[in-house]
Structures are given as structure tokens and as C-alpha cells.
Design a protein around this ligand. Structure first.
Ligand SMILES: [Fe+2]
Ligand SMILES: [Fe+2]
Length: 284
């Protein structure tokens, strides 16, 4: 691993600060610096993709505890469950392009699913490569897109957003992928995601409603579909693989009931959720 000397020296407080350290302290500092960079390489991209820069990466490579994560709450001017469209961690928010009069799912992907788009396309692409059914591929393609609007309990919110337009099975897999993600299944090669130790704390135990959902899904006829959303849920991005929405046009056409009035204008029980994604700058 290459170290940027200037950056390293600056991180310690400049050349005079480095000069005042004994060789042992300098060696420790180099080790800490490298560990921090390795962690950033490992988690940085995934955290950026999920717009989660607020979690401290410990220089020693240690995961935070729940208490440490809780202690960070009042250090932020936002709450972690806020939707990606509603804040920027990188300067001011940008003006969004206007949506067409009858927006389709593809329009939302192109113009609003900026933070989650790549992640879900990667997941759907992997599910396709793994030869899974079109319904599972669609569930993977949609599973986290609600996080543009809200992140808390995103499985439930996401299933609700899509329920009027997809099969019951697809909505089920989307809803419960959130709970299943916390539980290993060696048969399908699913392990507890390392990044969750960062997000939730190393001592996190799922809440009772998550545990209950898991127990229900484990014995459900659609367990496989739901489990496959978690197995193909990619937090790391394969370099050089840049799946495009067009690769999924046929699957969307066959399994997503696009309303002719446009998403947000079909008077469905979730139309307001689509409108909120389309116009997040409205004050009321
Ligand atoms: Fe998710
Ligand atoms: Fe995901």
C-alpha cells in the first residue's frame, strides 16, 4: 500500500509535530494511518454509496459499539434515518431536474435514485448472472430505492411503495430482506455483513420485531426469494461492471405494472410517496 507522505505528515499536525515524535511513536503513527486507509478502501465506497459518511472509522480497525454510535447522535445536524434526497454531506444540495408529466419507473431511476441506483443495479446484475428468476431480479432492482425518501425500516417502506405495481411475492421479498440481512444462512453462503458492525455497532442484537419477522420468513414458502435478495445484495462494487437500467427493461415490462397516469398521479394509496420523491423541495 502506497502512503502519501504529505498527507501523512499533515494528518499528524505538520513536519514539526513529526520531528517531535520518537521513532517508536512515528512507527505507530504510520501503522494507524495505513490501517485507517485500508478501512476506508474497504468500507469507504460502500459508505459513500449509501450516503453514510457520519460513521467514524476507527484507526485500529475496531468496530464501534452501540454506545459509541449513540454518542454520535448529537454531533450531527441530521438523523441517520433521513432519506438521501433530503440532505447532502458534500456542500449544498443540487437543483433536481424536472420530472416528466407521467413519470415512469425508469424516469425515477434516472432522475431521483441517484444514491441507491448503482447499488441496486449491481445487485440485480448479480442476481441475473446467478440465473435467478425474473421476480427475484426485479426485487433486487427495487429493494433499497426507497432510501432516497427514508432509510429507517426501509424494507417495509420499500415494499409499500412498490406493492400496487408488483406481485405479492416481489413485495414480500423486498419487505423482509431487511430482517433477513441480520441472520446468516450457511446453506446459501450468506454471512452477517461486516459493514453492519459499522452501521449498527459490534454488539448490536436485532430488535424483537426483526427477530419475529425472521422467524416467520424462515418457514415461509417465499423464504428462498427473500433470502436471494440478501445473497445478491452487493455492498462492494465490482470495478469495471456498470450495469445499466436498459438491461432490465424487459423484466420491468413483464413484472412492473406501470400506471398510465404516471407514478405519483394514479391515485393509488402510495401516490403521495412517489410525489414526495419527485418533489422533495416542497416545504409542505
Ligand atoms: Fe436493504
Ligand atoms: Fe441493498
Amino acid at each position: 500500500m502506497k502512503i502519501d507522505k504529505q498527507e501523512f505528515i499533515a494528518s499528524l499536525g505538520g513536519p514539526s509535530a513529526v520531528d517531535s515524535m520518537n521513532p517508536e511513536a512515528q512507527a505507530d503513527a504510520i501503522e494507524d494511518f495505513m490501517m485507517k486507509r485500508l478501512n476506508e478502501q474497504k468500507f469507504g465506497l460502500a459508505l459513500k454509496g449509501l450516503n453514510e459518511p457520519g460513521i467514524a472509522l476507527d484507526a485500529s480497525g475496531k468496530y464501534p459499539t452501540m454506545a459509541e454510535i449513540e454518542a454520535q447522535i448529537e454531533t450531527r445536524d441530521y438523523r441517520r434515518g433521513v432519506g438521501n434526497l433530503f440532505l447532502s454531506h458534500d456542500g449544498n444540495v443540487k437543483k433536481l431536474p424536472a420530472m416528466p408529466a407521467s413519470p415512469t419507473l425508469a424516469d425515477y431511476f434516472k432522475q431521483r435514485f441517484t444514491f441507491t441506483g448503482n447499488h441496486v443495479l449491481q445487485s440485480a446484475n448479480l442476481a441475473m448472472k446467478n440465473g435467478l428468476s425474473e421476480e427475484i431480479i426485479l426485487a433486487c432492482l427495487l429493494h433499497d430505492t426507497i432510501q432516497e425518501l427514508i432509510k429507517v425500516d426501509h424494507g417495509w417502506w420499500s415494499a409499500q411503495l412498490y406493492e400496487p405495481y408488483v406481485s405479492e411475492k416481489v413485495a414480500f421479498a423486498i419487505r423482509y430482506h431487511q430482517a433477513l440481512r441480520f441472520y446468516e444462512d450457511k446453506q446459501y453462503g450468506y454471512e452477517y455483513p461486516e459493514i453492519y458492525r459499522m452501521f449498527f455497532g459490534e454488539d448490536y442484537k436485532p430488535e424483537p420485531y426483526i427477530e419475529a419477522a425472521y422467524q416467520m420468513v424462515r418457514n415461509h414458502k417465499w423464504y428462498f426469494e427473500t433470502r436471494m435478495v440478501t445473497v445478491n445484495d452487493l455492498y462492494s462494487f465490482e470495478p469495471g461492471v456498470n450495469p445499466q437500467l436498459e438491461e432490465f427493461t424487459d423484466i420491468i415490462g413483464r413484472h412492473f405494472k406501470q400506471p398510465k397516469e404516471g407514478l405519483g398521479f394514479d391515485n393509488s394509496p402510495v401516490a403521495h410517496m412517489w410525489r414526495s420523491i419527485a418533489t422533495p423541495d416542497r416545504p409542505l
